[in-house]
Design a protein around this ligand. Structure first.
Ligand code: UDP
Length: 455
């Protein structure tokens, strides 16, 4: 009995995120929960991202006890662009495999939790003697769409090169157009080779998916009751929530001063605008956004990461001039403490690119969405907000492909005036909070995961 108890406390798990911000954050939150239940976590970033995470932490104690921050090289040279993931993703297995395998063996790792976008590591981990779980950074609906890609090809909806063949919506909850299938929308029609590579990569890595004993999902049974039954070994334990202080896993330092600015705004008035970690706007689009926010007549908090806008010389959007012009009405920050912003009573709505983390965070904190998706699973997440939960509205692009200032102004006014949206947002917030509360479905699944990892 004593031996069994000792073994249980020695559960050591490796967590392997894909080297992008929207992957490191939720896996860090999962790790924090596991560590809270006595599981020792080896969190393996690429060396480049490891340095960002450690460097941007406001407090050195932000990494909870029980989490060990480790790193391996990503295979790039010092002059290479580590943010251009599309370019080096194919070389990751060759760069990381040897070190990872050696770590699993030498650190006596019993389980590896592999980010779905790192599925090539499922086989490696199994070969090195570990049991494996997959972690989905996207919705259960998108995960099941992924597993169904061969069927969609068979049914003639698309071909093996990622060309859309079928018409009409794909029959799933939420409904999407074939062109919005994440691996298709990730590459434009002008990049057929990229599309082909995306689809082929999914088809190939899907084959090792059965190695995962469970698929851990940042969602809940109540939020995705149609999609989750399609994934027999899914373990939904979300929405994953960051603690209100000491967040970890961020690549940029959070601008905490915006919280004091929010404190000074009347309740339910602020438009929060953030496009996640990779979205960017060209100068024309940025100008329309800036004008639209001013036209809305509401205070706004806008996240503008370094390199968020493109263009050079005269074509460049003059951010400093804009900041000066809107001083007092709007605040621009480089990186926001997003979960704290969304839970702030001053925030009225979220203009979002609809990444899955942002989507879950908005639901959890009860904030309605204005959806501005670009690619990948963002269209599917938009469809959840607008067509299934009824908690959001789409921002439509005009004939130039631009979201115009008038569109922003009118949709903000509509969203904030609609009583139906308000009440559905409140309902889904309760649902999401209920899932993660003690006794809730997600909380129960977290306990199941902990006990599985201790076996
Ligand atoms: N985020 C943040 N501050 C910001 C913008 C984003 O903390 O100013 C966080 C956000 O809370 C979320 C993550 O970055 O957890 C972005 O993930 P998401 O899936 O929404 O988008 P991605 O970056 O993967 O496109």
């Amino acid at each position: 009995m004593a031996d069994a108890a000792a073994a249980a406390t020695l559960a050591r798990v490796m967590v392997l995120p894909f080297p992008a911000q929207g992957h490191v954050i939720p896996l860090m939150e999962l790790s924090r929960k596991l560590a809270g239940h006595g599981v020792e976590v080896d969190f393996v970033n690429t060396e480049f991202n490891h340095d960002l995470v450690i460097g941007s932490m406001a407090e050195k104690g932000a990494i909870p006890q029980g989490i060990h921050m480790l790193s391996v090289p990503d295979g790039l040279g010092p002059g290479d662009d580590h943010a251009d993931i599309g370019k080096f993703v194919k070389d990751l297995p060759a760069a990381m495999s040897g070190r990872l395998e050696e770590m699993i063996r030498s650190r006596k790792i019993k389980w590896v939790i592999v980010d779905v976008s790192m599925s090539w590591a499922l086989e490696l981990a199994t070969t090195a003697g570990a049991r494996v779980a997959s972690f989905s950074t996207y919705s259960a609906a998108v995960f099941s769409l992924r597993m169904n890609l061969p069927r969609l090809i068979e049914d003639g909806v698309l071909d093996e090169n990622g060309n859309v063949k079928g018409q009409g919506k794909i029959q799933m909850v939420p409904p999407i157009d074939p062109a919005e299938i994440p691996w298709i929308s990730l590459a434009s029609t002008s990049a057929p080779e990229r599309r082909r590579t995306n689809i082929q990569n999914v088809l190939k890595t899907n084959l090792s998916m059965p190695l995962a004993e469970v698929v851990i999902c940042n969602t809940s049974m109540e939020l995705e009751p149609d999609a989750l039954p399609l994934l027999p070994n899914a373990l939904p334990l979300g929405p994953l929530v960051a603690p209100t202080s000491r967040p970890a896993g961020h690549f940029l330092a959070e601008d905490l001063a915006c919280l004091a600015w929010l404190d000074a705004q009347p309740p339910g008035t602020v438009v929060y605008v953030a496009f996640g970690s990779s979205g960017f706007l060209d100068a024309t689009q940025f100008q329309e956004l800036a004008d639209g926010l001013e036209l809305s007549g509401r205070p706004f908090l806008l996240v503008v990461r370094p390199n968020f806008t493109t263009g050079a010389g005269q074509d460049r959007f003059d951010l400093d001039a804009f900041k000066r012009r809107v001083e007092g009405k709007g605040l621009v920050v480089g990186w926001a403490p997003q979960q704290r912003v969304l839970s702030h009573p001053a925030v009225a709505c979220f203009v979002s690119h609809c990444g899955w983390n942002s989507t879950m965070e908005g639901v959890l904190h009860g904030v309605p969405f204005l959806c501005w998706p670009y690619f990948a699973d963002q269209f599917c997440n938009q469809s959840y907000a607008c067509n299934v939960w009824g908690t959001g509205a789409k921002l439509r692009r005009d004939e130039r492909g631009v979201v115009a200032k008038e569109e922003i102004e009118s949709k903000v006014a509509w969203l904030l005036g609609d009583e139906g949206v308000k009440s559905r947002v409140a309902t889904w917030k309760d649902v999401a909070r209920g899932s993660i509360r003690e006794g809730g479905s997600s909380h129960g699944n977290l306990l199941k995961l902990v006990s599985l990892l201790r076996q």
